[in-house]
Design a protein around this ligand. Structure first.
Ligand SMILES: Cc1cc2nc3c(=O)[nH]c(=O)nc-3n(C[C@H](O)[C@H](O)[C@H](O)COP(=O)(O)OP(=O)(O)OC[C@H]3O[C@@H](n4cnc5c(N)ncnc54)[C@H](O)[C@@H]3O)c2cc1C
Length: 234
């Protein structure tokens, strides 16, 4: 049994069986979007979603009427490297977060190691490009491994010396995994996906964004279909 089979609502975006995105709960559906929009003229109903409703969702997305998408919620449990989490927390509007506390608990020895190292992009100062064969992958892997193990060893040593957890964690690396509950509404999730599943975004964060989309799309199939069509220029 693979790690992905263990929990059908959990995906492992980084492929190491450690980093994960789990769907914890969701509220609402495509019909809730339509009803929130139709309350404007008292037209909400229990009727199943129909063609007119689907057209309305398309209209709302195309004309950036965002508020009807704010009544639906999706909660994820996300276990990600701290450097990915630092990008996630930049998304302030319509996003709630609670994270494990390195003051309450000892941080686990869970570290992300890239399966392949990338090179700095020559033109875009933020971006990376795949190794063209000139990067010494083995040497990079060795340096990475030595660095995080030394840092984690120092953390454990500080704890052993009696230093408080809240100070000792200061030596931990950005590649260490942290875990949080994140709740997005559908509007804030689509905004997040537009920015973070984008070619300009950090590759590892893109993988998390795609996993979040993959878990959410079946819950809001019409919204996602129309949103994808809009961004494909359809
Ligand atoms: C590829 C990429 C590179 C990045 N590089 C950097 C970087 O180098 N340094 C850096 O610091 N950040 C960087 N960021 C983070 C970026 O600046 C945003 O903070 C992040 O993407 C969240 O976007 P947001 O503010 O639209 O989202 P949210 O915070 O969720 O806000 C959603 C929307 O609400 C509105 N809004 C929210 N807060 C305010 C406010 N205070 N005033 C007015 N309107 C508001 C805006 O319309 C905003 O688009 C980068 C992001 C990406 C995707």
């Amino acid at each position: 049994m693979t790690a992905a089979d263990a929990h059908p609502l959990t995906l492992y975006p980084l492929g190491d069986g450690l980093g994960s995105v789990s769907l914890v709960q969701s509220v609402g559906d495509d019909k809730a979007v339509v009803n929130a929009a139709r309350i404007s003229f008292g037209g909400d109903s229990d009727a199943p979603l129909n063609d007119r409703d689907e057209k309305l969702i398309r209209y709302l997305l195309r004309h950036q009427h965002g508020s009807p998408f704010e009544h639906n919620l999706i909660t994820f449990k996300i276990i990600c490297p701290i450097f990915v989490d630092r990008q996630m927390v930049r998304h302030r509007a319509g996003v709630s977060k609670n994270e494990i506390s390195g003051r309450y608990v000892e941080m686990q020895e869970r570290n992300f190691t890239p399966p392949a190292f990338r090179k700095q992009a020559p033109s875009n100062r933020q971006a990376s490009v795949e190794d063209d064969g000139t990067l010494d992958q083995a040497a990079a892997a060795r340096v990475w491994e030595e660095a995080w193990r030394a840092a984690f060893g120092a953390y454990q040593e500080l704890l052993r010396l009696g230093v408080t957890r809240e100070q000792a964690r200061g030596v931990l690396p950005l590649s260490l995994y942290t875990e949080s509950y994140f709740t997005f509404n559908v509007r804030s999730l689509l905004h997040f996906l537009e920015l973070r599943d984008h070619e300009g975004a950090q590759y590892e964060t893109r993988l998390y964004a795609r996993a979040m989309a993959q878990l959410t799309e079946p819950l809001f199939p019409v919204t996602f279909r129309e949103w994808r069509a809009l961004h494909a220029g359809g």
